[in-house]
Ligand binder design. Sequence first.
Ligand code: ZN
Length: 138
Amino acid sequence: MVRTTRIRVETHAPGDLHDLTPQVQEAVTASGYRAGIATVFVAHTTAAVAISEVEPGLRVDLPAMFERLVPADLPYRHNALNYDDNAHSHLRTSLLGPSLTVPFDEGRLLLGTWQRIVLLEFDTHPRSRQVVIQVLGA
Ligand code: ZN
């Protein structure tokens, strides 16, 4: 069986990092399954999910890394064709992708000590994000 939970995440700024681990664990707990996998999917083209440690240094270092990899101020075709400003947001998102899967056992996510499930906001302004959590298990 699959249990689906939809949550909303209100982001504040480009580079925002939101810890979704509590909501994913809640979905696993609510499923009543002992063992299985939880998938986390963000339904947008300018936000992504990843595994990261969450601490103040990485909140700065992660956005800085993406700025080095995909600078915001290059002349992108997406911006020219669509009168848009967020080509770099789409491209950064495509590097990480929209989903990931985490196993669980005995009702607990099998994350490492410092691993957190995070949503990264890549767009140029605050957004309301829909995240779908699906729990498959028994
Ligand atoms: Zn765009």
